[in-house]
Design a protein around this ligand. Structure first.
Ligand code: ACO
Length: 191
């Protein structure tokens, strides 16, 4: 994804972690145009992800990120676009309090880290970028994929999770979230 400004100036690292402040490993205070450009990138990514998932509205935007306690991992390719860099994709995570059905049909209250949005630019899909980004997040959070919940995973994402992490859906839930075989087993004994 190309932009009419330098991606490398906004995001120095290959993977940047953005939170409510929208700061990507650098101080944008005093540089409002940089902050505005970061907002443009997030809004554009959110729109592209919603379109790819055929959602009626974006679930990721700069204003949403500023008002929610989520984290967004942004992957760039710093070499492309004449050295200005391109955005490859993003992954958004956050903790949610969920009531989940276990194998016995009992409601279990949990607050797992959830995958809320995930998108790799159309022309860059199926080159391993999604795996790179997902693995980065897992390492950063020190988590196993089976311990997480997934908000309305798309068919491509379900295929991705089965292929890379051997995850198969567990008990169907009454909400939009999906958890995988092993979620309840691995949680027993956790706080
Ligand atoms: N059709 C089916 N499966 C696909 C496709 C596709 N077009 N693209 C990726 N996958 C799955 C397959 O398992 C594929 O393995 P294969 O090529 O051997 O079949 C595997 O992902 C490839 O892995 P990566 O290259 O690491 O994944 P990629 O960089 O393509 O990123 C992602 C995966 C994020 C799902 C990407 O395909 C994408 O952006 N899709 C559109 C948006 C989307 O559906 N996002 C998930 C939303 S749901 C949520 O966020 C909770």
């Amino acid at each position: 994804m190309e932009f009419p400004f330098s991606i490398n100036q906004l995001f120095p690292e290959r993977v940047s972690i953005l939170d409510q402040t929208l700061v990507a490993g650098r101080k944008t205070t005093g540089a409002p145009h940089l902050q505005a450009n970061i907002e443009t990138v997030i809004d554009e990514l959110g729109r592209a992800s919603a379109k790819a998932q055929q959602l009626p509205a974006s679930i990721t935007s700069a204003s949403k990120l500023q008002s929610q306690r989520h984290q967004l991992y942004l992957l760039k390719d710093g070499e492309s676009n004449g050295g200005r860099g391109v955005v490859v994709g993003f992954l958004k995570v956050g903790y949610k309090k969920l009531f989940l059905l276990d194998h016995q049909g009992s409601h279990v209250e949990a607050e797992p880290l959830c995958i809320l949005d995930f998108y790799i630019a159309e022309n860059l899909q199926r080159y391993g970028h999604g795996r790179e980004l997902f693995d980065f997040m897992l390492q950063h959070k020190k988590l196993e994929p089976v311990l997480m919940a997934y908000d309305r995973p798309s068919p491509k994402f379900l295929s991705f999770l089965a292929k890379h992490y051997c995850l198969t859906p567990s008990v169907p839930q009454a909400n939009n979230f999906v958890v995988f075989e092993g979620f309840f087993v691995n949680r027993s004994g956790s706080p």
